[in-house]
Design a protein around this ligand. Structure first.
Ligand SMILES: NC(=O)c1ccc[n+]([C@@H]2O[C@H](COP(=O)([O-])OP(=O)(O)OC[C@H]3O[C@@H](n4cnc5c(N)ncnc54)[C@H](OP(=O)(O)O)[C@@H]3O)[C@@H](O)[C@H]2O)c1
Length: 176
């Protein structure tokens, strides 16, 4: 079965974006310090992202991914995809578990799961193996949360926490 892996940055108060989706509080990418992202990106077979995250990525100057991307959405019409993305992006209307079964059959071992609501739903379904959270030292007060309501507790094992000169604090957890 394909396993889901999260690598995400949050504000200290746990938001992944401002209420309007803004991520201006995240520093610009720095090629000299990628906070382990390059190794993580090399370790995954592809990405599964929510429609909200996809729409944000479409505002970037360049398409940031080299691996295949599945966008989970029931509202997005695949025919409306930008031409340059048609061989890079696939739209899926599956439920999370169905999608992971499909990806397993395609030979994906590790999928990068991204987007707050999508991560919450994959967590709820028990499809996330581990989470790397990089906490940025800013309080936003409001925004789109990384975590949300659950119908049961999810326990995690803390693997490692590392702090960076920038003030970022990165923790890795496995889901037990
Ligand atoms: N801080 C970071 O590192 C980081 C990382 C990623 C994203 N972000 C930010 O987070 C924001 C987007 O996050 P978000 O939480 O609003 O949205 P999201 O999780 O990216 O997307 C949610 C959408 O995905 C679709 N979807 C399909 N199946 C789903 C399922 N099983 N569970 C949940 N959603 C499903 C739905 O769209 P349909 O209505 O079309 O079905 C839903 O509205 C953006 O602003 C992005 O910039 C920040």
């Amino acid at each position: 079965m394909t396993t889901g892996h999260v690598f995400i940055a949050t504000s200290l108060d746990g938001y992944i974006a401002r209420p309007d989706g803004g991520i201006d509080w995240l520093p610009q990418a720095d090629p000299d310090e990628t906070y382990g992202y390059d190794d993580f990106a090399a370790s995954i077979d592809g990405l599964v992202i929510g429609r909200g995250s996809f729409e944000k990525v479409l505002t970037f100057d360049e398409w940031p991914y080299t691996k295949p991307v599945i966008v989970m959405s029931r509202s997005l019409d695949p025919a409306s995809l930008r031409h340059d993305l048609r061989d890079k992006v696939e739209v899926s209307r599956h439920q999370p578990r169905e999608l992971m079964d499909t990806l397993s059959r395609r030979g994906w071992a590790r999928a990068y799961i991204d987007g707050g609501r999508l991560i919450q739903s994959f967590l709820q379904e028990g499809l996330i193996a581990d989470i790397v959270i990089t906490r940025v030292p800013v309080l936003l007060g409001q925004g789109l949360p990384l975590f949300g309501a659950l119908d049961r507790d999810i326990t995690l094992e803390h693997v490692q926490t590392r702090s960076y000169p920038s003030g970022f604090v990165q923790s890795r957890y496995t889901i037990t």
